[in-house]
Design a protein around this ligand. Structure first.
Ligand code: SAH
Length: 393
């Protein structure tokens, strides 16, 4: 069973297909009921067991006694002028986390959280300023995708399998047309370090990819990590989703400062883990995220250092203009500096793109997700003792 801090009825959203089959068998029913259930939950977006009409009445009644489809409560929704939506979700009465939907022509990306807060203490990230509270359960992680799909469908008035072009509501700037899917991509780039919540994130990945679950292609699900090297090796054994890695610096001295986990797992080890992941999973390339901080990591010399690290490897660099937040000591590199940095990389033979900032008017852009976190971390990863909050089993 998936690890859970939840109590009460079993949350069906937290169970992978084999777990659901086992659960159903435990109730004395046939395992094929699991597929029927998943069909209702994921394909038809039905959360009420009583409405799953092709299941036997007695079975429905029995199931409703002990299980439910439980999603986080929405505390707030903000709409950006560019169509991006940010939901604040309740983890419990005093804790919140966030998810963001980013519509683009031909695709809709949902950016989800894996933890309430984060313990990794990256110096340029506003989530880090909030500290760490707890891991999200598998049900809460999957619950974000299920809930967003339902909310977005309600917003555009389209059925889950509606292939028709979706009309964009000019006022609400809802959604651009997609090939039948409002959510075509899911990225673990919200709050938290997904690999520090390995045991709840891996089952969530399998539900996202399962034909009877969200049925997303492995290339449309991206896990982003700050570089928990041992967990990257474990991930290579258990999943095959696309990998993004927060690099942010071309050498250890600077990366130690920006991404403190680097003191434990330096760049050389990190890159070895990336290439291993691609080999094991027959992946195409790793996307390296690189936040552009004015005067810190954005010089042409640093671009050439990156070229020396990455040239000849299956790597793409995604340059992210820094998104400021209150109290930060950093500033965004000016656009001409970012463009020059990109050009230097490309000249050196490294693929590089500049990420378009989305939703910054509602603090929904990368690194701006803060939720509402009461920090209960006693040892933060910026200190000498690293690894305490990192759960591996
Ligand atoms: N913890 C994971 C998942 C977060 S993904 C990770 O570190 O990869 C969010 C991405 O946005 C990461 O690359 C993160 O480093 C980057 N980011 C964080 N704060 C930012 C900010 N203020 N501006 C731009 N990007 C930021």
């Amino acid at each position: 069973m998936s690890a859970s801090t939840e109590t009460g009825p079993t949350n069906l959203l937290g169970l992978t297909r084999p777990q659901l089959e086992e659960y159903i068998a435990g109730l004395g029913s046939k395992p094929f009921r699991a597929r029927q259930l998943m069909n209702w939950i994921y394909k038809r977006g039905e959360g009420r067991i009583g409405e799953m009409t092709d299941l036997a009445k007695e079975f429905r009644a029995q199931l409703a006694q002990c299980a439910e489809v439980r999603v986080p409560r929405i505390a707030d929704l903000q709409l950006s002028a560019d169509g991006t939506r940010k939901w604040k979700l309740e983890a419990d009465a005093s804790q919140a986390f966030e998810m963001v939907y980013i519509p683009e022509p031909g695709r809709g990306t949902l950016c989800i959280s894996s933890q309430v807060g984060c313990a990794l203490d990256c110096s340029f990230c506003s989530t880090a300023q909030q500290g760490f509270n707890r891991n999200l359960t598998t049900g809460e992680i999957i619950g974000q995708v299920w809930l967003a799909a339902r909310e977005l469908q309600a917003a555009v008035g389209a059925g889950p399998s509606d292939d028709a072009e979706v009309d964009t509501d000019a006022a609400a700037q809802v959604i651009t047309p997609l090939s039948g899917r409002i959510i075509s991509n899911v990225v673990f780039m919200g709050m938290g370090e997904p690999l520090a919540n390995f045991r709840n994130v891996v089952p969530a990945l399998s539900i996202l990819l399962d034909d009877f679950g969200f049925d997303l292609s492995r290339r449309r699900v991206t896990l982003s990590t700050s570089g928990l090297v041992p967990q990257m090796y474990k991930l290579a054994e258990e999943s095959n989703v696309a990998l993004a890695v927060s690099l942010h610096a071309p050498n250890d001295a600077l990366r130690n400062e920006l991404v403190p986990i680097n003191r434990k797992h330096p760049i050389r080890e990190l890159l070895a883990a990336c290439w291993h992941y691609l080999d094991e999973q027959n992946g195409r390339s790793v996307t390296f995220e690189y936040v552009m901080l004015d005067g810190v990591n954005d010089s042409p010399g640093q671009a050439r250092e990156l070229v020396r690290l990455l040239r000849g490897h299956p790597a793409k660099l995604n340059l992210i203009p820094f998104n400021p937040f209150p109290g930060t000591r950093y500033q965004r590199s000016p656009m001409p500096v970012i463009q020059r940095f990109r050009d230097e990389l490309i000249r050196g033979g490294v693929l590089a793109t500049i990420r378009r900032t989305r939703g910054d008017d509602i603090d929904a852009a990368c690194g701006q997700l803060a939720g509402k976190v009461i920090d209960r971390t006693t040892v933060r990863l910026g200190n000498k003792t690293i690894g305490l909050m990192v759960e591996t089993t």
